[in-house]
Design a protein around this ligand. Structure first.
Ligand code: 5RP
Length: 231
């Protein structure tokens, strides 16, 4: 079952965290299990860690479970980031942002010495693109940006939550692009990131050190031989 796969992956990845580390906590239903396992280790094993969060939602869960959350600028560096993905292809390029936290996730992961993605078995794909590409945009001129994306055939939809437009933790909106088959999200990202008003996309370079894939019979760990860095 998918939920068990997420739990297995998240719990296994949380063992990467060692005493004294500063950890970036990811967002989403798989990262949730990372947070819960770290909370357990803090409580039961006396694990001493400092944490930053990639979203207000994760910060709330962490704090409710006894993990203190620091502001990103109050930590000198991040040792490790553990987070989920929406799709990942064999060269470790991935799409994130299904939970709307792509901007903070990219900044925090980019600043981390080591990044590990956690996922259920449905996330690895041969080529990215079936999952809609999240694009974070400012509200000023949003309809115009949407029209420009539409005219290129990228079929943007404004992400909604509870009947109103979804607002990111940075106060922006998300346009999800339903790209035509054969159009690679990274090619689209390269183009639209130059546009004024586009803040970030869910395309993540192969920054991860590796991935934890939860499966029905256990956890597969795949290491990335050549992680790249944003900074
Ligand atoms: C949030 C994310 C999530 O990590 C991604 O959507 C995966 O979530 P889940 O583990 O719930 O499938 O990028 O912005």
């Amino acid at each position: 079952m998918k939920e068990d796969q997420k739990r297995l992956a998240g719990t296994a990845a949380a063992q990467k965290v060692k005493d004294g580390m500063t950890v970036s906590l990811g967002t989403g239903s798989t990262a949730y299990y990372v947070v819960m396992e770290l909370a357990r280790r803090v409580k039961e094993e006396g694990l001493s860690i400092r944490c930053v969060s990639t979203s207000e939602a994760t910060a709330k869960i962490a704090m409710e479970n006894g993990i203190e959350i620091l502001n990103l600028d109050d930590v000198k560096h991040i040792d490790i980031a553990l987070d989920g993905v929406d799709e990942i292809q064999p060269d470790f390029r991935s799409i994130k942002g299904g939970g709307g936290a792509l901007l903070r996730e990219k900044i925090a992961a980019g600043l981390s010495d080591e990044v590990w993605w956690v996922m259920d078995a449905s996330k690895p794909v041969e080529v990215l693109g079936a999952f809609p590409l999240p694009v974070e945009v400012v509200t000023y001129g949003l309809d115009h940006i949407r029209e420009k994306l539409e005219s290129l055939g990228y079929r943007p939809t404004l992400r909604m939550k509870d009947g109103v437009p979804f607002v990111t933790d940075q106060g922006n909106r998300i346009l999800d692009l339903h790209l035509p088959e054969g159009v690679h999200p990274f090619d689209v990202a390269e183009k639209i990131l130059l546009w004024p008003g586009v803040v970030e996309t869910g395309c993540f370079a192969p920054i991860c050190r590796g991935i934890f894939i939860g499966k029905d019979d256990g956890v597969e760990v795949r290491e990335n031989p050549a992680p790249v860095r944003y900074f």
